[in-house]
Design a protein around this ligand. Structure first.
Ligand SMILES: [Zn+2]
Ligand SMILES: [Zn+2]
Length: 259
């Protein structure tokens, strides 16, 4: 695997090592196409902002530090600078503007909450948290589907993050919307290696079974939060096993959609 467009940096406060250490590890292991996609900055109208995003006041340093590294390694690796971002219909334009104006080049869609209200709730409403709420399941499927249809996202990170514990048939019905939109818009779905490394609820087998039936394009992403994960060969076998098992339409390196 010589590509990876899902890389974090210490700017999100929950990733270790320096940005350069990620690049060095990737280059060492033969990665030639790489993208930084740290959590996109977002401040609510009243000034509230989650701690685990790049903070707006650090945005300039994020871009300038990565640009400087890109220059230094330009003969070794093709480096893109972007963000992992939620799709919230009410503020997508604003978030996208923030991302492009500072020099961000691409976006991947990572729906950690189904709405901007949810991300500031005092109870944990993260999509990874087990829930049997049909309303939340539908909201997840609808926002991700709509996000895909904007045509602004290079791919969908961990599309199977939604940890629905209710009816399996209902889950398939809702997830089918995402798989179908991915196929129609030719926007790949990512098998997320962080989920494999940490044995999370994703990759979710029933999701990938469905993606295989629909024929959605599929790609891989290391989701590196440590330099060592800028090349994660340990998780590769499991991802390849899923491709094989569900006859996934694995496309390899995704086409980067420049914003
Ligand atoms: Zn993260
Ligand atoms: Zn994510």
């Amino acid at each position: 695997m010589n590509y990876n467009y899902h890389t974090h940096t210490p700017y999100c406060r929950h990733a270790s090592n320096t940005a350069e250490e990620y690049v060095r590890r990737a280059v060492q292991m033969g990665v030639t196409y790489m993208g930084f996609s740290d959590h996109a900055p977002y401040r609510h109208a009243d000034g509230f902002g989650l701690y685990w995003r790049v903070q707006p006041e650090e945005l300039e340093s994020y871009i300038s530090e990565l640009s400087e590294i890109r220059e230094r390694y330009r003969d070794k690796i093709d480096l893109k600078i972007g963000f992992e971002m939620e799709y919230y219909p009410g503020c997508f334009e604003k978030m996208q503007k923030t991302a492009t104006e500072c020099g961000g080049e691409y976006l991947i869609l990572g729906q950690h909450f189904v709405s901007e209200e949810d991300e500031r709730s005092t109870v944990n409403l993260h999509t990874v948290k087990p829930s049997d709420s049909v309303e939340k399941l539908r909201a997840y499927a609808d926002t991700v589907t709509e996000g895909i249809r904007t045509g602004k996202f290079t791919y969908v990170a961990h599309p199977d993050i939604m940890n629905f514990t209710g009816d399996a048939e209902l889950y398939r019905e809702e997830m089918r919307k995402i798989c179908q939109a991915s196929l129609e818009c030719d926007i790949p779905l990512e098998i997320n290696f962080l989920g494999i490394r940490e044995m999370r609820n994703y990759p979710c087998e029933s999701f990938w079974k469905l993606a295989g039936e629909v024929g959605s394009p599929v790609t891989f992403g290391f989701d590196a939060h440590r330099a060592v994960d800028a090349f994660d060969e340990g998780s590769l076998a499991r991802a390849e096993e899923l491709v094989e098992k569900y006859r996934l339409n694995y496309i390899g390196r995704p086409r980067v959609i420049l914003i």
